[in-house]
Design a binder for this molecule. Structure first.
Ligand code: AMP
Ligand code: MG
Length: 341
């Protein structure tokens, strides 16, 4: 069931959702990154329900959402550098992996560490405060599917029984940056809106786990990195190179699919749209605005499935700013099916 958060019933709906959390149930809620599927992080039974609802592998730990430093320090041990990053980026799209204290092991998938984040979203912070407990929440999609950026995405993946707080579209659209603060130097495990450069300005040199290599070629730095992720039903191919060659290559692949009776779709920048003529196309945004691409990426992938497209050809974007995270996600959605031209 979707509860829309407008001014009139904001407090009533937050309190109702908080009651579900304190009773051990699940609530899907908005954040600035994507919608989360939340449970009381202090209750092993409640958190177990998340794994069942999502079909999530048991060895993939869940990020815990807090409303501030006091709550964060009850579940994790902050180093000085972790404190500096929280000071600089919280509330915001940065999850800090730190030594865990007092959490059931189902949250951390048996690890000694926990990922913690304070979201920059009034509805999420109000929910955590009203429940009075930290909320464990992965993205509110079926495991493997693109993350939800709208309440309707959550409902289409998890059904009508889940309570969904609806505050409209997530403003960022890709998941938080995850950084392991227990390694030296700290290591970015998942890229997001808070970039390596932004982090290094605060705490100096950090490492970055491989963001563009297939998992089978690597030992995953984080349990979640070994799973197929963010993927629509359509077969995704990413095409990289100079924009003229990319367009030529996509047109060739597209026309081949049409002849084979498939239903292809182009995902291209506004600037390159002109190359594709009458072919089915959606725009990922301006080549100069990776923020736009981040915001629409998962909606576009889901819409393509709804419309019955069988293949998607995605023009690579510059790996600048949040464009780095967008390309990391589309590589995974494409199962590393990359054409370099
Ligand atoms: P999700 O919440 O499903 O979008 O994904 C959370 C990501 O953070 C996954 O890739 C997890 O494996 C990763 N993560 C969460 N907690 C930890 C932790 N304690 N250590 C390493 N990675 C973590
Ligand atoms: Mg997820």
């Amino acid at each position: 069931m979707i509860l829309y958060l407008d001014d009139r019933n904001y407090k009533e709906n937050i309190d109702r959702a908080a009651g579900v959390i304190t009773d051990g149930g699940l609530v899907a809620f908005p954040t600035e990154t994507v919608y989360g599927l939340g449970a009381n992080a202090l209750s092993a039974d409640a958190v177990s329900r998340i794994f069942t609802a999502k079909g999530r592998p048991q060895d993939n730990p869940i990020i815990v959402h807090v409303n501030g430093m006091t709550m964060a320090e009850q579940i994790a041990v902050f180093t000085d550098k972790a404190k500096d990053l929280a000071d600089a980026f919280w509330p915001g799209p940065l999850s800090l992996v730190m030594e865990a204290t007092g959490l059931p092991s189902v949250v951390t998938a048996g690890l000694a560490t926990v990922g913690v984040r304070m979201p920059d979203c009034d509805a999420a912070l109000s929910l955590i405060s009203a429940a009075g407990v930290p909320i464990a929440a992965p993205s509110a999609n079926k495991s493997g599917a693109p993350s939800p950026t709208l309440a309707a995405h959550v409902q289409s993946d998890l059904g009508d029984k889940i309570l969904v707080l609806d505050a409209g579209e997530s403003s960022i659209g890709v998941e938080s940056t995850v950084i392991d603060m227990t390694s030296s130097p700290p290591t970015i495990l998942r890229p997001g809106a808070v970039t390596q450069q932004m982090i290094e300005q605060i705490i100096g040199k950090v490492d970055h786990a491989q963001a563009f290599e297939a998992a089978e070629e690597l030992k995953p730095a984080s349990p979640g990195m070994k799973y197929r992720h963010y993927a629509p039903k359509a077969a995704v191919t990413v095409i990289e190179g100079n924009h003229i060659s990319v367009a030529e290559s996509i047109k060739y692949l597209y026309d081949k699919d049409i002849k084979a009776g498939d239903k292809p779709l182009v995902m291209a920048s506004r600037e390159n749209k002109k190359y594709y003529g009458p072919r089915d196309l959606v725009i990922t945004g301006s080549i100069h605005s990776p923020e736009q691409a981040a915001k629409v990426l998962y909606s576009l992938l889901r819409d393509a499935d709804e419309k019955g497209y069988t293949s998607i050809y995605f023009e690579a974007l510059p790996r600048v700013g949040i464009g780095f995270a967008v390309m990391n996600r589309i590589y995974k959605a494409a199962a590393y099916n990359i054409v370099k031209v």
